[in-house]
Design a protein around this ligand. Structure first.
Ligand code: RBF
Ligand code: MG
Length: 165
């Protein structure tokens, strides 16, 4: 029995949050596994930043906007996995890994502040049978989030105070 029946995320299946989850933290080192090799370099924040956030209780893939003040005022689309990378099974602490959809960033901005405004839930974190499956789902998540974050309903969050102030 394989897990290849996992459904891919889609714009229609996004659960939009009643109010955004705002996160602000200092980017940490990852696991040296190189999500960059997966084509999606991620910036990591401690999952403990979300300990008291009811809307972020579920491990899974979320979408929204992000900003790294070091790189100026620009706000960019982002998709994030919140969880323990259960495909690998070696991550003990919950972690928030954000993929920022901008090629202007040096992916290794460790020690810099990152701000996120999370506005929707896309799918639960899944335990895949192969790296290939994980990569295919991540690539699909990025495509879906990229399209979803063009929807008019998301526009107002590009200038959310949590990102700008
Ligand atoms: N890891 C998993 O074990 N299961 C997932 O379903 C999963 N989905 C992800 C979705 C996105 C958009 C991103 C950026 C990462 C995801 N990851 C997932 C985390 C992935 O395992 C991790 O980024 C790499 O292992 C590098 O640390
Ligand atoms: Mg990372």
């Amino acid at each position: 029995m394989t897990n290849s029946h996992f459904k891919f995320s889609s714009v229609d299946a996004i659960e939009w949050l009643q109010k955004p989850i705002t996160v602000r933290g200092i980017v940490q080192h990852g696991f040296g596994r190189g999500s960059r090799d997966l084509g999606t370099p991620t910036a990591n924040l401690p999952g403990s930043l979300l300990d008291d956030v009811h809307d972020a209780e579920r491990d899974g893939v979320y979408l929204g906007f992000g900003r790294v003040p070091k790189y100026g005022r620009r706000v960019v689309k982002m998709v994030a996995n919140i969880g323990r990378n259960i495909t690998y099974g070696d991550v003990i602490d919950r972690v928030l890994e954000a993929y920022l959809m901008a090629d202007i960033f040096d992916p290794e901005f460790y020690g810099e502040e990152m701000r996120l405004c999370i506005i929707g839930f896309m799918r639960p974190e899944l335990k895949f049978n192969s790296l290939q499956q994980l990569i295919e789902h991540i690539q699909n998540d990025v495509k879906v989030a990229d399209a979803a974050l063009d929807l008019p309903r998301t526009e107002v969050y590009r200038t959310h105070t949590s990102l700008i102030d």
